[in-house]
Design a protein around this ligand. Structure first.
Ligand code: FAD
Length: 475
């Protein structure tokens, strides 16, 4: 006998579990299926984000930052310590505990919102009159039926062609977050968000880190001025980044990994490392979904094809998050999940792709929303730019971190904010003000006229807005 629901959500990452909760809040009877297992074989909802992505990476970034502060910056505050050591097993244990708190939190939220959770793999069985049958293969096999199905099956790390992840020497994000001891030499292929964050963790703990990047430009999607400032800081920290390389043969042996590559000048090089992290992007995941059974359309990348409202080619089947087009970000997945639940309930859920913030949690942090200066030039938009350095911000000086700046880009005629770019301390938190401003179509003058607490890093945001009209007060 099949169990009847109004909505079945397949996948309990940020896209799926948020969609399930929102649908339940709107009065629907919801099932959410997820197959992720913790080390003990139990349910671990939260997807990539909670288990091997956003959360554990930030836990390790925090631990490694404490270590770097203790070894390099405490002395300037007059704090002396004995020899500071890092017990990697404790750090990884703490990270695992943080992950578990989040897994348990989601299970609690499911209970609170009366979402029925099923641990196992969900796959389409068949279309039935007015809906779909979905099979759950867990400890037992169950059959669920609903009129509406939301697919939120996420993504997997992309491997280098011919080089398998063994998660011992050649690591995806899974292995990179569970290295048992600081490697002497660490290689990273790909200088995107994940490569930079993971490279930073192990560099702070003492690894000699080399990042190899195929593209000739560093952080091509980021505002050029910001990317330049960040590169300068990473160089100073000793993070070696080689751009424009062409990766050749990668040999994974007992003693480590040997990477043959041509540098930007075309010269043959070799990098020998103890561990190699491959972070060259992620591929949408529909493994085991049995999409063929119902004729769910995928594109050539394997992503589920959806329209602007996350509707697939099948009536009543929706897809959200990493498994569809658009940026692979947890908050984008969440917003789509909420919007789809609201559309199913007959409301007008909406996601504004123009105001999705991007963050790289390195030191300095990098965060932005809206268009970059190079995009505005390319699009022929007339704009004004203003920036303010953290060097001139009192709170940044007190913190002892004056790297970077806040930069505003505003329409030359209307002054509407078109983009805000931040490199520096707590950029991840500061960017929210810019997101709110852009969502409300604010002008740079609006931000410039708002009272900001003193002393705070957010004063740099106000000053950058003032800089658009060349009237900074503190610089
Ligand atoms: P996922 O989180 O991938 O969840 C999909 C879930 O579906 C999984 O639990 C999976 O087990 C389950 N599933 C798949 N198929 C089935 C099936 N057939 N049956 C049952 N269950 C199934 N994003 C940010 O916004 N900020 C960050 O700081 C950030 N840091 C990251 C760091 C790393 C190292 C990585 C790898 C990613 C990071 N991301 C970050 C990206 C973020 O993790 C993803 O964008 C987000 O997890 C996508 O959510 P999702 O719900 O679409 O998919």
């Amino acid at each position: 006998m099949s169990k009847q629901f109004d909505v079945i959500v397949i996948g309990a990452g940020p896209g799926g579990y948020i969609a399930a909760i929102r649908a339940a809040q709107l009065g629907m009877n919801v099932a959410c299926i997820d197959e992720w297992k913790n080390a003990a074989g139990g349910a671990a909802p939260g997807g990539t984000c909670t288990n091997v992505g956003c959360i554990p990476s930030k836990a390790l970034l925090q631990s490694s930052e404490h270590f770097e502060h203790a070894t390099k910056h405490f002395a300037e505050h007059g704090i002396s310590t004995g020899k500071v050591t890092m017990d990697v097993a404790t750090m990884i244990g703490r990270k695992d505990a943080v992950v578990k708190q989040n897994n348990d939190g989601i299970l609690y939220l499911f209970k609170k919102n009366k979402v029925s959770f099923f641990h196992g793999r969900g796959s389409f069985a068949r279309a039935v009159d007015g809906g779909y049958e979905v099979k759950v293969a867990g400890k037992a096999e169950e059959l669920l039926t609903a009129r509406q199905v939301i697919v939120a099956t996420g993504s997997n790390a992309r491997a280098l062609p011919g080089v398998e992840f063994d998660e011992v020497n050649v690591l995806s994000n899974d292995g990179a977050l569970a290295i048992g001891a600081v490697p002497k030499k660490l290689g990273v292929i790909g200088s995107g968000v994940i490569g930079l964050e993971m490279g930073s963790v192990w560099r702070r703990l003492g690894a000699d880190v080399t990042i190899l990047e195929g593209l000739p430009t560093f952080l091509g999607a980021v505002d050029e001025q910001v990317a330049k400032e960040a590169k300068k800081a990473f160089d100073k920290q000793g993070l070696k980044i080689e751009l424009g390389v062409k990766i050749g043969e990668v040999k994974n042996g007992k003693k480590g990994v040997s990477i043959a590559y041509a540098n930007a000048k075309g010269e043959e090089q070799r990098l020998d490392v103890d561990k190699l992290i491959v972070s060259i992007g992620r591929v949408p995941n529909t493994t085991g979904l049995n999409s063929e059974a119902v004729g769910l359309q995928l594109d050539e990348r394997g992503a589920i094809v959806v329209d602007a409202d996350c509707k697939t080619n099948l009536p009543g089947v929706w897809a959200v998050g990493d498994v569809v087009r658009g940026p692979m970000l947890a908050h984008k997945a969440e917003e789509e999940g909420v919007a789809v639940a609201e559309r199913i309930a007959g409301q007008h859920g909406h996601v504004n792709f123009n105001t999705i913030p991007w963050v790289i949690y390195t030191s300095p942090e990098i965060a932005w929303v809206g268009r970059t200066e190079q995009q505005l030039k390319q699009d022929g938009v007339k704009y004004k730019a203003g920036s303010f350095p953290f060097l001139a911000n009192g709170r940044a000086r007190a913190l002892g971190d004056t790297t970077g700046f806040v930069k505003f880009l505003a329409d030359a005629a209307t002054d509407e904010i078109l983009g805000v770019h931040i490199v520096g301390p707590l950029a991840s938190e500061l960017i929210s003000e810019a997101v709110v401003a852009m969502e409300f179509k604010a002008s740079s003058e609006d931000i410039a006229r708002i009272c900001h607490a003193h002393p705070s890093l957010s004063e740099a945001t106000k000053e950058a807005a003032l800089a658009v009209d060349k009237r900074t007060l503190n610089f």
